[in-house]
Design a protein around this ligand. Structure first.
Ligand code: UD1
Length: 384
C-alpha cells in the first residue's frame, strides 16, 4: 500500500476545518411554495459556523416570476446546484429529479437532507436520500387533506413515511403522524416556518409600489389565486369559479395574478376573451413575494386554492375563502380567518356576501406561529 504523507500545513487546515464544521446539511427547493419555507432556515444556518450548508434547486419551477424573483425578495443565496428538471408529467418530473439528484447526493455526502412542503421535488429527493442511507428532515410534516386525488397528498404521505425527523407546524399534524404509527421521538412540533418569512418581510413589503402602480386603495379590492389542477384543468369547474368572480368584481375590484398552468388553461378553453369584458377583474403575471404580500395584506378578502395563503391570511387576520372541498391546514379554520367554501358558484357567492356585508372572523394566531420556527428547527437538527 502506498502511504501518502500530507504536508503539515494541509493537515493543520484539515484539522481546523474538521473541528469548526461538524455537520453538513443539503437543503432542497424545487417549486414556488418551497422558497418561503427554506429562506428562514438558510438564514438561521448562517448563524452556525459549525454547520456547512449547501442548497440544491431541482428546477421544477424555472421562470423568473415563479423562481428567481423569490430568491431575490427572500435573500436566498444562489443554489450550489441546479438540477434543471423543468416541467413534465408527475412520473417524468419525479423521475428526472431522482436521476439528477442521486449523483449530487453521492458527491456531497451530507449528514442531513432537509426537504420542505409537499411538491414533487420533496418526495423525489426524500426517496433518493433514504435509499442511500442519508437522514432526511421534513419541514412542514404531518399535514393531511385525506384526499388522495391531490398530488401533494401523495407526496406528503411518501415523504413522512420515509423521513427520519418530522418537523410539524401544528398539533393536528402530530396527531396525523401518531395515527399513522410514526414513532413519537421522530416528531417535533416546531411551528410554521412560513410565518417566520412573513413576519420578517412585512417591513420590506411596505416599499413595494404595487398598490400605487395598480391604483388600488387598501381594503377596496379582493385577491384571487387559482392553480390547483382540480380547479383549473376542467373547463366546467373553471368557468363556474370564474362566473362567481365575475359577480364579485361587479361589487369589488378583483386582482388575479395568474399562475402559468392557469393561464395556459384559460387560453385553451377560450375564456381569456370573456374575462377581458369584465372591467374590474384585473389579471396580472405571477407576483414576487414582496409585491404579493403588499397586495393581499391590504385586501378586503382573499379567494384561493393555495395551501400557503390559507396560513398567511390567518397570521395577519385577512378573511380567506378557500375554493377547495378540504384543507390540510385545519388550524386556519379552527383558529384563523379561513373558510372552506368549495367550488359551487352559489356557495362562493354566499360566502363573499357574508364577508362583505356581515360576519367578522375570529383572529387567533395558532400556537408557535411566532417567527421563531427556523431557530427551533436548527436546534432539533443539532440535538436530534
Ligand atoms: C406545483 C406543485 C404545487 C404547488 C405549485 C405552486 C407539485 C405536485 N405541485 O404545481 O404543490 O402548489 O407548484 O405553483 O409539485 N410552468 C411554467 N413555469 C414554471 C413552472 C411551471 O411555465 O416555472 C408551467 C408549465 O407549463 C407546467 C405548469 O406550469 O407544466 C405546471 O407546473 P408544475 O410545476 O407541473 O405544477 P404546478 O401546478 O406549478
Amino acid at each position: 500500500m502506498r502511504v501518502q504523507i500530507l504536508p503539515s500545513l494541509l493537515i493543520d487546515s484539515f484539522l481546523i476545518e474538521d473541528t469548526k464544521r461538524f455537520m453538513k446539511i443539503l437543503s432542497i427547493v424545487g417549486a414556488r411554495p418551497n422558497f418561503m419555507k427554506i429562506a428562514p432556515f438558510l438564514a438561521e444556518l448562517r448563524n452556525h459556523p459549525e454547520i456547512e450548508s449547501r442548497l440544491v434547486h431541482t428546477g421544477q419551477h424555472y421562470d423568473e416570476g415563479m423562481s428567481d424573483a423569490f430568491f431575490r425578495d427572500l435573500n436566498i443565496p444562489a443554489p450550489d446546484v441546479n438540477l434543471e428538471v423543468g416541467s413534465g408529467t408527475h412520473a417524468e418530473q419525479t423521475a428526472k429529479v431522482m436521476l439528477a439528484f442521486e449523483p449530487v447526493l453521492l458527491a456531497e455526502k451530507p449528514d442531513w437532507v432537509v426537504v420542505v412542503g409537499d411538491v414533487n421535488s420533496t418526495a423525489a429527493c426524500t426517496l433518493v436520500a433514504v435509499k442511500l442511507g442519508v437522514k432526511v428532515a421534513h419541514i412542514e410534516a404531518g399535514l393531511r387533506s385525506f384526499d388522495r386525488r391531490m398530488p401533494e397528498e401523495i407526496n406528503r404521505l411518501v415523504t413522512d413515511a420515509l423521513a427520519d425527523l418530522l418537523l410539524t407546524p401544528s398539533p393536528d399534524a402530530d396527531e396525523n403522524l401518531f395515527r399513522e404509527g410514526v414513532a413519537p421521538e421522530k416528531i417535533k412540533f416546531v411551528g410554521n416556518i412560513m410565518i417566520d418569512t412573513l413576519f420578517q418581510s412585512l417591513e420590506r413589503a411596505k416599499s413595494s409600489q404595487l398598490l400605487e402602480k395598480m391604483e388600488l386603495a387598501p381594503q377596496q379590492f379582493a385577491v384571487v389565486t387559482l392553480h390547483r389542477p382540480s380547479n383549473v384543468d376542467d373547463g366546467t369547474t373553471l368557468t363556474g369559479i370564474l362566473e362567481a368572480l365575475g359577480r364579485l368584481q361587479a361589487e369589488l375590484p378583483v386582482v388575479f395574478p395568474v399562475h402559468p398552468r392557469t393561464r395556459g388553461k384559460l387560453a385553451e378553453f377560450g375564456i381569456l376573451e370573456k374575462l377581458a369584458g369584465w372591467p374590474y377583474l384585473r389579471l396580472c403575471e405571477p407576483l414576487g413575494y414582496l409585491d404579493f404580500l403588499r397586495l393581499w395584506s391590504n385586501s378586503r378578502l382573499v379567494l384561493t386554492d393555495s395551501g400557503g395563503l390559507q396560513e398567511e391570511t390567518t397570521a395577519l387576520g385577512i378573511p380567506c375563502l378557500t375554493l377547495r372541498e378540504n384543507t390540510e391546514r385545519p388550524v386556519t379554520v379552527t383558529h384563523g380567518t379561513n373558510r372552506i367554501v368549495g367550488i359551487d358558484p352559489a356557495k362562493i357567492d354566499a360566502a363573499v356576501k357574508e364577508i362583505l356585508h356581515g360576519t367578522s372572523f375570529p383572529k387567533r394566531i395558532p400556537e408557535l406561529w411566532d417567527g421563531q420556527t427556523a431557530r427551533r428547527i436548527v436546534e432539533c437538527l443539532l440535538n436530534p
